[in-house]
Design a protein around this ligand. Structure first.
Ligand SMILES: Cc1cc2nc3c(=O)[nH]c(=O)nc-3n(C[C@H](O)[C@H](O)[C@H](O)COP(=O)(O)O)c2cc1C
Length: 415
Protein backbone atom coordinates (compact mmCIF):
# COMPACT_ATOMS: atom_id res chain seq x y z
CA UNK A 1 0.00 0.00 0.00
CA UNK A 2 1.12 3.57 -0.68
CA UNK A 3 -0.41 7.04 -0.44
CA UNK A 4 -2.38 6.74 -3.68
CA UNK A 5 -3.75 3.33 -2.86
CA UNK A 6 -4.76 4.37 0.68
CA UNK A 7 -8.54 4.32 0.44
CA UNK A 8 -9.36 5.73 3.87
CA UNK A 9 -7.81 7.35 6.91
CA UNK A 10 -7.27 3.98 8.57
CA UNK A 11 -4.96 3.07 5.69
CA UNK A 12 -2.94 6.24 6.30
CA UNK A 13 -2.64 5.23 9.93
CA UNK A 14 -1.32 1.82 8.86
CA UNK A 15 1.23 3.49 6.57
CA UNK A 16 2.38 5.79 9.37
CA UNK A 17 2.70 2.86 11.70
CA UNK A 18 5.03 1.17 9.25
CA UNK A 19 7.09 4.32 8.77
CA UNK A 20 7.53 5.46 12.35
CA UNK A 21 9.40 3.97 15.27
CA UNK A 22 7.02 2.75 17.92
CA UNK A 23 7.78 5.62 20.29
CA UNK A 24 6.75 8.19 17.67
CA UNK A 25 3.70 6.31 16.37
CA UNK A 26 2.36 5.75 19.87
CA UNK A 27 2.88 9.41 20.70
CA UNK A 28 0.43 10.28 17.92
CA UNK A 29 -1.92 7.37 18.29
CA UNK A 30 -2.26 7.02 22.04
CA UNK A 31 -4.60 8.54 24.60
CA UNK A 32 -4.74 8.95 28.36
CA UNK A 33 -5.15 6.18 30.96
CA UNK A 34 -7.24 3.30 29.54
CA UNK A 35 -7.85 5.14 26.26
CA UNK A 36 -11.59 4.88 26.94
CA UNK A 37 -12.07 8.45 25.76
CA UNK A 38 -10.45 7.62 22.41
CA UNK A 39 -13.04 4.91 21.93
CA UNK A 40 -15.87 7.09 23.25
CA UNK A 41 -15.07 9.72 20.64
CA UNK A 42 -15.66 7.17 17.87
CA UNK A 43 -18.69 5.55 19.48
CA UNK A 44 -20.43 8.92 19.71
CA UNK A 45 -20.60 9.13 15.91
CA UNK A 46 -21.76 5.54 15.57
CA UNK A 47 -24.89 6.30 17.57
CA UNK A 48 -26.24 8.20 14.59
CA UNK A 49 -27.44 7.14 11.18
CA UNK A 50 -28.18 9.54 8.37
CA UNK A 51 -31.69 9.36 6.99
CA UNK A 52 -31.47 9.91 3.24
CA UNK A 53 -33.87 11.96 1.14
CA UNK A 54 -34.19 11.02 -2.55
CA UNK A 55 -35.48 12.49 -5.80
CA UNK A 56 -33.67 15.77 -5.23
CA UNK A 57 -31.22 17.24 -7.70
CA UNK A 58 -27.76 16.76 -6.20
CA UNK A 59 -25.76 17.20 -9.41
CA UNK A 60 -23.91 20.19 -7.97
CA UNK A 61 -22.74 19.90 -4.39
CA UNK A 62 -21.22 22.53 -2.17
CA UNK A 63 -19.38 21.67 1.04
CA UNK A 64 -17.84 25.10 1.56
CA UNK A 65 -18.34 26.80 4.93
CA UNK A 66 -18.04 30.32 6.31
CA UNK A 67 -15.68 30.28 9.23
CA UNK A 68 -14.46 33.27 11.18
CA UNK A 69 -15.02 35.68 8.34
CA UNK A 70 -13.77 33.61 5.43
CA UNK A 71 -15.26 30.96 3.18
CA UNK A 72 -13.29 27.68 3.08
CA UNK A 73 -13.66 25.01 0.45
CA UNK A 74 -14.40 22.21 2.94
CA UNK A 75 -15.71 21.98 6.49
CA UNK A 76 -12.66 19.98 7.65
CA UNK A 77 -9.50 21.54 9.12
CA UNK A 78 -6.25 20.48 10.76
CA UNK A 79 -6.06 20.52 14.59
CA UNK A 80 -2.96 21.86 16.31
CA UNK A 81 -0.35 19.18 16.97
CA UNK A 82 2.91 19.90 18.76
CA UNK A 83 6.21 18.12 18.15
CA UNK A 84 5.19 17.10 14.64
CA UNK A 85 8.83 17.47 13.56
CA UNK A 86 9.38 14.11 15.15
CA UNK A 87 7.25 12.47 12.46
CA UNK A 88 8.67 14.38 9.50
CA UNK A 89 11.34 17.09 9.61
CA UNK A 90 9.21 19.54 7.68
CA UNK A 91 5.84 18.57 9.16
CA UNK A 92 4.52 22.02 10.10
CA UNK A 93 5.34 23.59 6.75
CA UNK A 94 3.90 20.53 5.01
CA UNK A 95 0.64 20.83 6.95
CA UNK A 96 0.41 24.55 6.18
CA UNK A 97 0.98 23.95 2.48
CA UNK A 98 -1.51 21.08 2.39
CA UNK A 99 -4.12 23.27 4.12
CA UNK A 100 -3.51 26.06 1.61
CA UNK A 101 -3.91 23.69 -1.35
CA UNK A 102 -7.09 22.15 0.07
CA UNK A 103 -8.32 25.60 1.17
CA UNK A 104 -8.99 24.60 4.77
CA UNK A 105 -7.72 25.99 8.09
CA UNK A 106 -4.59 24.66 9.81
CA UNK A 107 -4.12 25.46 13.49
CA UNK A 108 -0.39 25.80 14.09
CA UNK A 109 0.51 24.73 17.62
CA UNK A 110 2.79 26.91 19.71
CA UNK A 111 4.42 23.59 20.66
CA UNK A 112 5.17 22.98 16.98
CA UNK A 113 8.69 22.65 15.70
CA UNK A 114 8.10 25.21 12.97
CA UNK A 115 8.20 28.85 14.11
CA UNK A 116 5.14 31.03 13.78
CA UNK A 117 7.19 33.46 11.71
CA UNK A 118 8.13 30.81 9.12
CA UNK A 119 4.86 28.86 8.92
CA UNK A 120 2.19 31.59 8.82
CA UNK A 121 3.63 33.23 5.67
CA UNK A 122 3.27 29.91 3.82
CA UNK A 123 -0.52 30.26 4.02
CA UNK A 124 -1.60 33.44 5.85
CA UNK A 125 -5.24 32.88 4.87
CA UNK A 126 -5.23 29.38 6.32
CA UNK A 127 -2.84 29.19 9.26
CA UNK A 128 -4.33 30.05 12.64
CA UNK A 129 -2.08 30.16 15.72
CA UNK A 130 -2.87 28.04 18.78
CA UNK A 131 -1.29 28.84 22.14
CA UNK A 132 -1.52 27.73 25.72
CA UNK A 133 -1.29 30.37 28.43
CA UNK A 134 2.03 29.87 30.19
CA UNK A 135 2.99 30.74 33.75
CA UNK A 136 4.74 33.89 32.43
CA UNK A 137 2.54 36.87 31.56
CA UNK A 138 5.33 38.53 29.55
CA UNK A 139 5.68 35.45 27.35
CA UNK A 140 1.91 35.19 26.84
CA UNK A 141 1.84 38.82 25.78
CA UNK A 142 4.83 38.35 23.50
CA UNK A 143 3.28 35.34 21.75
CA UNK A 144 0.17 37.43 21.04
CA UNK A 145 2.33 40.26 19.66
CA UNK A 146 4.27 37.85 17.46
CA UNK A 147 1.02 36.47 16.08
CA UNK A 148 -0.15 40.03 15.35
CA UNK A 149 3.09 40.82 13.54
CA UNK A 150 2.89 37.72 11.37
CA UNK A 151 -0.59 38.72 10.15
CA UNK A 152 -2.18 35.70 11.77
CA UNK A 153 -5.96 36.01 11.30
CA UNK A 154 -7.16 33.79 14.13
CA UNK A 155 -5.72 33.09 17.57
CA UNK A 156 -6.80 29.88 19.29
CA UNK A 157 -6.25 29.49 23.02
CA UNK A 158 -6.29 25.89 24.27
CA UNK A 159 -7.52 25.60 27.84
CA UNK A 160 -7.80 21.86 28.46
CA UNK A 161 -4.30 21.10 29.75
CA UNK A 162 -4.12 22.36 33.34
CA UNK A 163 -1.67 19.56 34.14
CA UNK A 164 0.09 16.82 32.20
CA UNK A 165 -1.96 13.70 31.61
CA UNK A 166 -1.13 10.05 32.09
CA UNK A 167 -0.32 8.55 28.69
CA UNK A 168 0.71 5.05 29.42
CA UNK A 169 1.94 4.14 25.95
CA UNK A 170 4.42 7.01 26.19
CA UNK A 171 5.53 5.94 29.62
CA UNK A 172 6.02 2.35 28.55
CA UNK A 173 7.99 3.48 25.51
CA UNK A 174 10.20 5.79 27.59
CA UNK A 175 9.00 8.92 25.79
CA UNK A 176 10.81 11.59 27.72
CA UNK A 177 11.22 15.30 27.57
CA UNK A 178 13.44 16.35 26.07
CA UNK A 179 12.94 13.52 23.58
CA UNK A 180 16.11 11.43 23.77
CA UNK A 181 17.47 8.81 21.44
CA UNK A 182 18.21 6.17 24.06
CA UNK A 183 19.78 2.86 23.09
CA UNK A 184 16.38 1.12 23.33
CA UNK A 185 14.64 3.69 21.14
CA UNK A 186 17.49 3.62 18.60
CA UNK A 187 17.39 -0.17 18.42
CA UNK A 188 13.66 -0.28 17.70
CA UNK A 189 13.99 2.63 15.24
CA UNK A 190 16.39 0.59 13.10
CA UNK A 191 13.32 -1.18 11.74
CA UNK A 192 12.26 2.16 10.21
CA UNK A 193 15.40 3.22 8.30
CA UNK A 194 13.80 6.05 6.33
CA UNK A 195 12.73 7.75 9.52
CA UNK A 196 16.22 7.28 11.03
CA UNK A 197 17.84 8.75 7.92
CA UNK A 198 15.56 11.80 7.98
CA UNK A 199 16.04 12.22 11.71
CA UNK A 200 19.81 12.20 11.39
CA UNK A 201 19.84 14.41 8.29
CA UNK A 202 17.69 17.05 9.97
CA UNK A 203 20.01 17.25 12.97
CA UNK A 204 18.31 14.91 15.43
CA UNK A 205 15.86 16.10 18.07
CA UNK A 206 13.65 18.78 16.50
CA UNK A 207 13.75 22.24 18.08
CA UNK A 208 10.53 23.80 19.43
CA UNK A 209 11.31 26.95 17.55
CA UNK A 210 8.56 29.14 18.99
CA UNK A 211 10.25 28.95 22.38
CA UNK A 212 13.86 29.55 21.32
CA UNK A 213 13.52 33.36 21.74
CA UNK A 214 12.76 32.85 25.44
CA UNK A 215 15.75 30.56 26.10
CA UNK A 216 19.38 31.54 26.53
CA UNK A 217 21.16 32.55 23.33
CA UNK A 218 22.42 29.49 21.50
CA UNK A 219 20.28 27.07 23.56
CA UNK A 220 19.89 23.66 21.90
CA UNK A 221 16.70 21.70 21.31
CA UNK A 222 17.00 19.99 24.71
CA UNK A 223 17.34 23.24 26.63
CA UNK A 224 14.44 24.85 24.75
CA UNK A 225 12.21 21.84 25.45
CA UNK A 226 13.22 22.03 29.12
CA UNK A 227 12.22 25.68 29.22
CA UNK A 228 8.89 24.87 27.58
CA UNK A 229 8.34 22.24 30.28
CA UNK A 230 8.78 24.82 33.03
CA UNK A 231 6.25 27.19 31.40
CA UNK A 232 3.47 24.75 30.52
CA UNK A 233 1.23 23.33 31.67
CA UNK A 234 0.30 26.26 33.87
CA UNK A 235 -2.32 25.17 36.42
CA UNK A 236 -2.76 28.73 37.71
CA UNK A 237 -4.37 29.89 34.45
CA UNK A 238 -7.91 31.28 34.86
CA UNK A 239 -10.52 33.25 32.92
CA UNK A 240 -8.53 36.36 33.83
CA UNK A 241 -5.65 35.17 31.61
CA UNK A 242 -8.09 34.63 28.76
CA UNK A 243 -9.52 38.11 29.30
CA UNK A 244 -6.04 39.63 29.02
CA UNK A 245 -5.46 37.80 25.77
CA UNK A 246 -8.83 38.96 24.45
CA UNK A 247 -7.89 42.56 25.36
CA UNK A 248 -4.55 42.28 23.56
CA UNK A 249 -5.85 40.49 20.46
CA UNK A 250 -8.07 42.56 18.17
CA UNK A 251 -8.72 39.84 15.58
CA UNK A 252 -10.76 36.62 15.70
CA UNK A 253 -10.36 34.56 18.86
CA UNK A 254 -11.29 30.90 19.37
CA UNK A 255 -11.11 28.90 22.60
CA UNK A 256 -10.26 25.22 22.29
CA UNK A 257 -11.10 22.50 24.77
CA UNK A 258 -14.31 23.61 26.49
CA UNK A 259 -16.98 20.96 27.09
CA UNK A 260 -19.35 22.54 29.65
CA UNK A 261 -22.19 24.78 28.52
CA UNK A 262 -21.53 27.28 31.33
CA UNK A 263 -17.88 27.57 30.26
CA UNK A 264 -19.05 28.10 26.68
CA UNK A 265 -21.33 30.95 27.82
CA UNK A 266 -18.51 32.49 29.83
CA UNK A 267 -16.07 32.33 26.91
CA UNK A 268 -18.59 34.00 24.63
CA UNK A 269 -19.36 36.68 27.22
CA UNK A 270 -15.64 37.36 27.34
CA UNK A 271 -15.51 37.86 23.59
CA UNK A 272 -14.65 34.52 22.00
CA UNK A 273 -15.75 34.38 18.36
CA UNK A 274 -15.63 30.60 18.11
CA UNK A 275 -15.23 27.55 20.31
CA UNK A 276 -13.42 24.37 19.42
CA UNK A 277 -15.46 21.72 21.22
CA UNK A 278 -12.81 19.16 22.03
CA UNK A 279 -11.49 16.67 24.58
CA UNK A 280 -8.00 16.91 23.09
CA UNK A 281 -8.53 13.71 21.15
CA UNK A 282 -8.77 11.65 24.35
CA UNK A 283 -5.25 12.65 25.33
CA UNK A 284 -6.03 14.50 28.56
CA UNK A 285 -9.02 13.48 30.73
CA UNK A 286 -9.90 9.89 29.96
CA UNK A 287 -13.29 10.32 31.66
CA UNK A 288 -14.23 13.31 29.48
CA UNK A 289 -17.40 13.09 27.38
CA UNK A 290 -17.22 12.89 23.61
CA UNK A 291 -17.44 16.40 22.14
CA UNK A 292 -20.16 15.21 19.77
CA UNK A 293 -22.35 14.31 22.75
CA UNK A 294 -22.08 17.78 24.32
CA UNK A 295 -22.45 19.62 21.02
CA UNK A 296 -26.24 20.21 21.21
CA UNK A 297 -25.90 21.65 24.72
CA UNK A 298 -23.00 23.84 23.59
CA UNK A 299 -25.04 25.11 20.64
CA UNK A 300 -28.00 25.85 22.90
CA UNK A 301 -25.67 27.73 25.28
CA UNK A 302 -24.02 30.02 22.73
CA UNK A 303 -26.85 30.61 20.28
CA UNK A 304 -26.65 30.66 16.51
CA UNK A 305 -24.03 33.28 15.77
CA UNK A 306 -21.04 31.82 17.66
CA UNK A 307 -19.14 29.31 15.57
CA UNK A 308 -18.60 25.82 16.94
CA UNK A 309 -15.81 23.69 15.56
CA UNK A 310 -15.99 20.04 16.55
CA UNK A 311 -12.72 18.23 17.30
CA UNK A 312 -11.81 14.71 18.49
CA UNK A 313 -12.48 11.44 16.74
CA UNK A 314 -13.45 12.68 13.27
CA UNK A 315 -12.44 10.00 10.78
CA UNK A 316 -15.11 9.91 8.04
CA UNK A 317 -16.94 12.36 5.85
CA UNK A 318 -20.18 11.18 7.45
CA UNK A 319 -18.78 12.27 10.85
CA UNK A 320 -18.66 15.86 9.64
CA UNK A 321 -22.18 15.61 8.28
CA UNK A 322 -23.44 14.26 11.61
CA UNK A 323 -21.56 16.98 13.50
CA UNK A 324 -23.16 19.64 11.34
CA UNK A 325 -26.62 18.15 11.94
CA UNK A 326 -25.95 18.42 15.67
CA UNK A 327 -24.94 22.06 15.51
CA UNK A 328 -21.26 22.31 14.51
CA UNK A 329 -20.18 24.77 11.81
CA UNK A 330 -17.20 22.62 10.88
CA UNK A 331 -14.78 20.07 12.33
CA UNK A 332 -11.07 19.49 12.60
CA UNK A 333 -8.89 16.43 13.14
CA UNK A 334 -5.38 15.98 14.47
CA UNK A 335 -4.08 12.45 14.05
CA UNK A 336 -5.15 11.71 10.46
CA UNK A 337 -3.07 14.49 8.91
CA UNK A 338 -0.13 13.50 11.12
CA UNK A 339 -0.41 9.92 9.87
CA UNK A 340 -0.43 11.39 6.38
CA UNK A 341 2.61 13.58 7.04
CA UNK A 342 4.51 10.65 8.53
CA UNK A 343 3.63 8.52 5.52
CA UNK A 344 4.46 11.08 2.85
CA UNK A 345 5.03 14.70 3.97
CA UNK A 346 2.80 17.31 2.33
CA UNK A 347 1.39 14.76 -0.12
CA UNK A 348 0.33 12.56 2.78
CA UNK A 349 -1.46 15.39 4.60
CA UNK A 350 -3.09 16.36 1.31
CA UNK A 351 -4.25 12.77 0.84
CA UNK A 352 -5.94 12.76 4.27
CA UNK A 353 -7.80 15.97 3.42
CA UNK A 354 -8.72 14.72 -0.05
CA UNK A 355 -10.11 11.43 1.27
CA UNK A 356 -12.40 13.24 3.70
CA UNK A 357 -13.45 15.88 1.18
CA UNK A 358 -14.55 13.17 -1.25
CA UNK A 359 -16.37 11.26 1.48
CA UNK A 360 -18.30 14.40 2.49
CA UNK A 361 -19.21 15.04 -1.14
CA UNK A 362 -20.47 11.51 -1.59
CA UNK A 363 -22.52 11.53 1.61
CA UNK A 364 -24.14 14.86 0.73
CA UNK A 365 -25.29 13.34 -2.57
CA UNK A 366 -26.45 10.13 -0.92
CA UNK A 367 -28.65 11.88 1.62
CA UNK A 368 -30.03 14.41 -0.85
CA UNK A 369 -28.54 17.55 0.66
CA UNK A 370 -26.56 19.49 -1.92
CA UNK A 371 -25.21 22.11 0.50
CA UNK A 372 -23.30 21.24 3.66
CA UNK A 373 -24.60 24.40 5.30
CA UNK A 374 -28.20 23.25 4.72
CA UNK A 375 -27.80 20.15 6.90
CA UNK A 376 -29.99 19.97 9.98
CA UNK A 377 -31.20 17.49 12.60
CA UNK A 378 -33.87 16.21 10.20
CA UNK A 379 -31.19 14.07 8.53
CA UNK A 380 -30.37 12.20 11.76
CA UNK A 381 -31.71 8.83 12.80
CA UNK A 382 -30.71 7.05 16.03
CA UNK A 383 -28.62 3.91 15.67
CA UNK A 384 -28.21 2.44 19.15
CA UNK A 385 -27.32 -1.01 17.88
CA UNK A 386 -24.29 0.35 16.05
CA UNK A 387 -22.64 1.80 19.11
CA UNK A 388 -21.10 -1.41 20.39
CA UNK A 389 -19.27 -2.21 17.17
CA UNK A 390 -18.19 1.33 16.60
CA UNK A 391 -14.66 1.68 17.83
CA UNK A 392 -12.47 1.95 14.79
CA UNK A 393 -9.69 1.30 14.00
CA UNK A 394 -9.22 -2.05 15.76
CA UNK A 395 -7.38 -1.79 19.05
CA UNK A 396 -3.62 -2.06 18.82
CA UNK A 397 -2.15 -5.07 20.57
CA UNK A 398 -0.37 -3.91 23.70
CA UNK A 399 3.32 -4.47 23.70
CA UNK A 400 5.30 -5.19 26.85
CA UNK A 401 6.93 -2.31 28.73
CA UNK A 402 10.21 -1.17 27.10
CA UNK A 403 11.90 -1.25 30.47
CA UNK A 404 10.76 -0.68 34.00
CA UNK A 405 12.78 2.54 34.38
CA UNK A 406 10.92 4.14 31.50
CA UNK A 407 7.73 4.22 33.50
CA UNK A 408 9.21 6.82 35.83
CA UNK A 409 10.48 9.15 33.10
CA UNK A 410 9.08 12.66 32.88
CA UNK A 411 6.77 12.69 29.89
CA UNK A 412 5.88 15.37 27.38
CA UNK A 413 2.13 15.39 27.67
CA UNK A 414 1.22 19.00 27.06
CA UNK A 415 0.68 18.58 23.34
C1 LIG B 1 0.66 14.41 18.44
C2 LIG B 1 -0.40 15.37 18.91
C3 LIG B 1 -0.03 16.61 19.40
C4 LIG B 1 -1.01 17.51 19.84
N1 LIG B 1 -0.61 18.77 20.25
C5 LIG B 1 -1.56 19.68 20.58
C6 LIG B 1 -1.19 21.03 20.87
O1 LIG B 1 -0.03 21.39 20.84
N2 LIG B 1 -2.19 21.89 21.18
C7 LIG B 1 -3.50 21.51 21.23
O2 LIG B 1 -4.37 22.35 21.51
N3 LIG B 1 -3.88 20.25 20.95
C8 LIG B 1 -2.94 19.34 20.61
N4 LIG B 1 -3.31 18.07 20.27
C9 LIG B 1 -4.74 17.73 20.24
C10 LIG B 1 -5.31 18.05 18.86
O3 LIG B 1 -5.30 19.42 18.61
C11 LIG B 1 -6.73 17.57 18.71
O4 LIG B 1 -7.51 18.07 19.77
C12 LIG B 1 -6.85 16.04 18.69
O5 LIG B 1 -5.82 15.47 17.94
C13 LIG B 1 -8.21 15.70 18.07
O6 LIG B 1 -8.43 14.34 18.08
P1 LIG B 1 -8.20 13.41 16.79
O7 LIG B 1 -6.72 13.21 16.71
O8 LIG B 1 -8.96 12.21 17.16
O9 LIG B 1 -8.73 14.12 15.59
C14 LIG B 1 -2.37 17.15 19.83
C15 LIG B 1 -2.74 15.90 19.32
C16 LIG B 1 -1.78 15.01 18.86
C17 LIG B 1 -2.21 13.70 18.30
Amino acid sequence: MNLRSAVNLHDLRALARRRLPRIAFDFIDGGADDEACLQRNREAFARYCLLPRYLRDVTRRDQSVMLLGRRFRSPIGISPTGLAGLFHPDADRALAAAAREADVPFLLSSAANGALEEVVPIAPEHVWFQMYCTSREDINADLVQRALKTETRVLVVSVDVPVNSNRERNRRNGFSRPFRMTAGVAFEALGHPLWVLRYLRSGGIPMMKNWAPYANAGAGADAVADLYGTLTPAPMVTWEHLRRIRDAWPRKLAVKGLLHADDARQAVALGADALVVSNHGGRQLDAAPAPLDVLPAMRAAVGEHVELILDSGVRRGSDLVIARCLGANSAIFGRPTLYGVAAGGQAGAARALEIVRKEIDMVLAQIGCARFEDLDAGYLWPAPERAAAAARPPAIARRPAADAAATTTTTTETT
